[in-house]
Design a protein around this ligand. Structure first.
Ligand SMILES: O=P(O)(O)OC[C@H]1O[C@](O)(CO)[C@@H](O)[C@@H]1O
Length: 538
């Protein structure tokens, strides 16, 4: 029997607070109007954008024809011995395929980094067997274009016809679509342009890379289809309306943080996908829902979620959860998309734009155009072992790293949050992610973690546009062997640093505290940082 998709509001007070909102969502016929693509649901300011962003509600039907095409291409690739799929794509162009393939245990190499070491490792894989899927809705995302360039060169250097190994997913008419055509790339999948990046899990963006890697993508559409009628119903039992009403009520009671813990959903990494959907859709105009993705049901931040946070179980309810959602992945995609779009209406924002993402991109571009500004960037405020400290320090300037971190954590606003942003190698520097749980456990501060520049296309919107109560701890690292970007005057290492400094500048310009710890030796520096974090206390 198919696993049921449910939303349970476990906390009785939250259920009570959500009731009014649920009633008005039902009487305003929000679910059926959303399914019928009513672009007026978010007010006049959002209408023109919403009018070209609502095709995702029926993807379980409209994406069907893709299944055969993906299967045929996969068989063709296999017959040529091409079975290593590398995906270049940021945010909505890679998060869904990542969770789909991880859940099925299917191998997919996801490139959503500018870390030279991590990209070099992907290039060092067996190119004879490799196909690069280049996914970008806009066709202009700098990271994705960079990956395309370095892989094209690597293929050519190995005597491989690069065009025969390039598969593109993009919107019709994008610069990438034109380039693919002019270069004779093997295959171009044109996605439905009326679906935004973070709502695109069940379009070609989610299905092509995952399907080519070997995931059963038809099953995802089946799972979504089974729930679709329930999601379109103007009923208090509609699980998406229930989730939206709960999140909206919690937000209005001061719990703008949504702590996501997997309690046995059977899905691997759902939080990373939901994080973008929630943060980028709602975090704007000084409001929004901040996703805090934690390591599991025993993680700090979840077990001790305070009044500013709602504990959400992805999977069966446990003793901690205020809300629990269950169901298979294809259904969860659609459920959360509906719920977040509806929550956007409750919060009074447009859930389909990302107005603050561009500012950091622009600042990074300015730095890249003026590389001296990067190399001659400010002097460190302190150098402690293998760690250079950048930012304005008070009394801690002459102290230990532990003291520097204590001072920084002490400055986090009441009811605020601390975001760790690691511009490092997600595989080789994986221990950086330990910092989140340690800070949360030792200080009680709601703490998030993101790999840069990946998070810039996800929580980055909320950091700059959402509630103004975040403090930002950047981790950057020395580059041992840099990678040149063909056709560009910069290297990956320069791009990575420009992205970190550009985002820091935008955050600081809006009065948000930023501390950067630069690891002059990554392993030693990370060990120092982890030790220093362990000195923190409440
Ligand atoms: O698919 P694209 O156009 O490369 O964009 C990737 C991601 O970048 C963002 O636009 C944010 O920069 C996301 O909304 C999107 O999912």
């Amino acid at each position: 029997m198919a696993e049921r998709t449910t939303v349970e509001i476990v906390d009785p007070r939250l259920a009570e607070a959500a009731r009014d909102r649920l009633d008005s969502l039902v009487s305003d016929r929000v679910a059926s109007r959303l399914t019928a693509r009513d672009a007026t649901l978010w007010g006049p300011d959002a209408e023109s954008e919403a009018a070209i962003r609502l095709s995702w509600t029926t993807l379980h039907k409209s994406s069907r024809p893709l299944i055969g095409e993906i299967e045929a291409l996969r068989a063709e690739l296999r017959s040529e011995g091409l079975d290593r799929i590398v995906l270049a794509g940021m945010g909505g162009s890679s998060l869904a395929p990542e969770v789909i393939t991880a859940t099925e245990g299917v191998a997919l190499t996801v490139l959503d980094t500018t870390d030279p070491g991590q990209v070099a490792d992907a290039l060092a894989g067996d190119l004879e067997r490799t196909v690069l899927v280049v996914s970008s809705k806009s066709g202009t995302t700098v990271e994705t274009d960079t990956h395309r360039r370095v892989f094209a060169e690597a293929f050519a250097d190995s005597g491989i016809d690069a065009a025969s190994r390039m598969i593109v997913v993009t919107d019709p008419g994008s610069a990438l679509a034109e380039l693919a055509e002019s270069q004779g790339y093997r295959r171009v999948f044109l996605a439905d342009p009326d679906v935004g990046g973070r709502y695109s899990a069940l379009t070609a963006f989610g299905l092509v890379p995952a399907g080519l890697a070997g995931a059963d993508v038809a099953r995802l559409l089946d799972q979504a289809a089974l729930l679709a009628d329930e999601l379109a119903a103007d009923s208090p039992d509609n699980p998406a309306l229930r989730l939206a009403a709960a999140l909206g009520a919690a937000h209005d009671a001061g719990a703008e943080k949504v702590v996501l813990a997997d309690t046995g959903s059977g899905i691997t990494g759902f939080g990373d996908w939901a994080e973008q959907l929630v943060a980028e859709s709602t975090g704007k105009q000084g409001t929004g829902l901040l996703p805090v993705v934690v390591e599991g049901p025993h993680a700090p931040g979840y077990t001790d979620a305070d009044a500013t946070a709602t504990a959400v179980a992805v999977g069966p309810a446990d003793d901690v959860a205020a809300v629990a959602t269950t169901g298979p992945l294809g259904a969860q995609f659609l459920l959360w998309e509906y719920a977040v779009a509806v929550a956007g209406r409750l919060l009074g924002i447009n859930p389909f734009d990302q107005p603050d993402v561009e500012a950091a991109k622009k600042a990074a571009r300015t730095l890249l155009d003026n590389p001296q500004a990067l190399t001659a960037s400010e002097e460190p405020a302190a150098v402690i072992g293998a760690v250079e400290v950048y930012g304005s320090l008070g009394a801690a300037a002459r102290g230990t790293l532990g003291e520097v971190l204590r001072e920084f954590a002490g400055g986090v606003a009441d009811g605020g949050y601390l975001a760790v942003q690691a511009y490092l190698d997600r595989l080789d520097d994986a221990s950086a992610s330990l910092v989140r749980g340690e800070i949360a456990r030792r200080t009680g501060i709601p703490t998030t973690f993101g790999w840069g520049p990946r998070f810039l296309h996800s929580t980055g919107q909320y950091h700059k546009g959402g509630h103004r109560n975040g403090s930002f701890l950047q981790l950057t690292g020395a580059v041992e062997e840099d990678v040149a970007v063909p056709g560009r005057p910069y290297t990956l290492g320069t791009l990575q640093l420009a992205q970190a400094l550009g985002d820091a500048q935008v955050l600081a310009d809006t009065g948000r505290p930023v501390l950067r710890l630069h690891l002059t030796d990554r392993a030693a520096g990370l060990a120092d940082v982890v030790r220093a974090v362990q000195e923190l206390t409440r």
